[in-house]
Design a protein around this ligand. Sequence first.
Ligand SMILES: *Cc1c(COP(=O)(O)O)cnc(C)c1O
Length: 497
Amino acid sequence: MHYVSTRGYTSNNSAQAPVLFSEILLGGLAPDGGLFLPASYPQVSSEELNTWRSLSYADLAFFVLKKFATDIPEEDLHAITRKTYTEQVYQNARADESAQDITPLRVLQEGDGRKLILQALSNGPTLAFKDMAMQLLGNLFEYALAKNNAELNIFGATSGDTGSAAEYAMRGKKGIRVFMLSPHKKMSAFQTAQMFSLQDPNIFNIAVEGVFDDCQDMVKAVSNDLEFKRKLKIGTVNSINWARVVAQVVYYFRAYLAATQRNDQQVSFTVPSGNFGNICAGHIARMMGLPIAQLVVATNENDVLDEFFRSGIYRVRQSAETYHTTSPSMDISKASNFERFIYDLLDGDAERVRALFRKVETEGGFDLSGAPGSDGDEFKRISQFGFTSGKSVHADRLATIRQVQKEFGITVDTHTADGIKVALEHMQEGIPMIVLETALAAKFNETIKEALGHDAARPKGFEAIETLPQQFVVMTTDVAQMKAYITQHVAPNSPAE
Ligand SMILES: *Cc1c(COP(=O)(O)O)cnc(C)c1O
């Protein structure tokens, strides 16, 4: 299995050796600015699906991943999935769920040939679905670095979810340090406590006196200093990382196998979406042959993706047009993984993909509606890929949280509520609709209180997280000071170079 860029790059060197999984594991964008995808999608046979029905999550993950990570020895990959997907890591299951299932399904509604199912993806250490991929990434990184006797310093900015998932995945890992910037006093008390209470010596929390955009600007400033980046082995773990996307493919297989008895049955998925990472994995599962009828994109008020799937027009937003909502992990101005789908929609025409995404930079978007003067007419092919979409706003979120509590007896988080609202608009007879639960309610308690008048239940061990001792440093937006801090902590026993 080798990888190509959505903008045409195919080889790592002049000898034309193709790009392999291990080579893109630690990286981000392809050298031409595109995103990596497999040269072709591996296919899954009906016989394979049958044998996969009885596997544990960890073993299923091995069989799915080995189709993509062909350059990692099978025993090693299997050991990594078995170490990652354990009952201990995904222990925050609800009392009536089986933690052993890792991503347990719950039937919310059944009748009239309609079936609504929730797949719990948020039982990992940070109570959000990003743990599903990030925990694997932590173990893959540690493995790859040990093999090459190398080190990596992850440097990133977070407004909440991604940073904590990365820290919990990388804590205590040999050869890895994490430097995570967050806006000082701007995260929720719960999120702050989650990150700052980590005492591991390889985790560095840096609270920046500014807003999230200031943190991101600092990451960019440091990343643009190529010499510094190389010398200090700086890397990132953003949502375009291929290994993160492919790790998410596994739970689509898992949900399908758990919700069906035979391979001639279909299911649909509704996915609360921001950067198009999660649902991109669903698209890949479908391209591999998993019988998925619909892939429903659910957005919040930041409806870049809903607009595209309704009109064929992709129009990124300015920051003034990007709203702070009560499902904040979907507050995006553009969808960083979207280029992967566009590449498939355009049948792998890298030339056109490059032109379209250049246009995103120069003109803020592109138009595939087929209207006179548009950039193409591929909008009419979207339904062949199963895609459709919907949108949910704050009032919908509150109403859905109340309705789910009343009718099904569980409290869902705000992002999942967006998913359920949109899923109910796309139900089809005879085809189960699976909504991905992307966080537990306790993480977004302010809105739960607004909807229900009481606090969300917290999983065991999180009751008093805000009272734990916190470890962090406060800094200004001074880039030179930031670089000095990193240098000092990367090589604490030797004078800074
Ligand atoms: C990150 C996140 C999302 C959006 O996922 P994408 O892969 O960016 O589409 C949705 N819900 C929650 C809780 C998240 O943390």
